[in-house]
Write a protein that binds this ligand. Structure first.
Ligand code: 13P
Length: 252
């Protein structure tokens, strides 16, 4: 097993209330107990309504908390229902998911996501930037061209690459129990890494995660792909047992 730092990031989506702190607490305890055994970083991206509450309840933090989206505007403004990156940072978020396909479906464009990336970088938040093709795009052989477009149209060379973690989430694999083949996934992760290196004109290797129907059974398949730097986990992160089992099985 590799000694490379691996990320296990939970995306709770629209889930949870104050009582869900027990999930956070169990995962935090697990992280504390196993902090030395493998190099890993655990992050939970929870609803905005819970970030501050969880942050305060966690007496010692062995995990980090993150948000799932933000408005692109830097300061306050007349944007009913919206929250900006600075407000999330003040609540205790260290990470933020941007470009998730569920928000792209609601109309987020690559250009809008770029604005959000800029505002999150201004707040020194760490970004988990999601990209991925739809089923139709995959069938039409457009996966690489779509990924390239999503990267090129939302990133600029001057952005700090070390503040961005890329997450490859094929839309057709989210919540469907369908996963890419191991060869396919390895090639796609390699492709994303090489495209990022071109955009940032760097020799440093970008961090790329996989997300989409990751569970305690299929995680061992993914562990054979050296190039993957970790996982963005949706449904299974809403249960401390399922989430911890994923980590345990990864290192088995
Ligand atoms: P699932 O793990 O539920 O497929 O969700 C993946 C996801 O969207 C994480 O951002």
């Amino acid at each position: 097993m590799t000694n490379k730092l691996k990320y296990f990031i939970g995306n709770w989506k629209m889930f949870g209330d104050f009582g869900s702190f027990k999930i956070v607490s169990k995962i935090n305890q697990y992280s504390y107990k196993h902090q030395k055994s493998n190099k890993k970083k655990i992050i939970l991206c929870v609803p905005n309504t819970l970030i501050h509450y969880f942050k305060k309840k966690l007496k010692s933090e062995f995990i980090s908390l993150g948000a799932q989206n933000c408005h692109h505007h830097d300061g306050y403004g007349a944007f009913t229902g919206s929250v900006n990156a600075s407000m999330l940072k003040k609540m205790g978020a260290k990470f933020i998911i941007l470009g998730h396909s569920e928000n792209r479906t609601e109309g987020e464009t690559n250009q809008l996501i770029k604005k959000k990336i800029i505002s999150a970088l201004n707040q020194k938040l760490n970004i988990i930037f999601c990209i991925g093709e739809t089923y139709t795009e995959k069938k039409e052989g457009k996966t690489f061209s779509i990924l390239k477009k999503q990267l090129k149209n939302s990133l600029e060379r001057k952005f700090k690459m070390n503040k961005i973690i890329f997450a490859y989430e094929p839309v057709w694999s989210i919540g469907t129990n369908k996963i890419p083949s191991i060869d396919e996934l390895r090639n796609t992760i390699k492709f994303i890494k090489s495209e990022c290196k071109k955009i940032f004109k760097t020799k440093k290797i970008p961090r790329v995660l996989y997300g989409g129907s990751v569970n305690r059974k299929n995680i061992q398949l993914f562990s054979t792909i050296y190039e993957i730097d970790g996982f963005l986990i949706g449904g299974a992160s809403q249960s401390s047992k399922k989430f911890i089992d994923i980590i345990k099985n990864y290192y088995k």
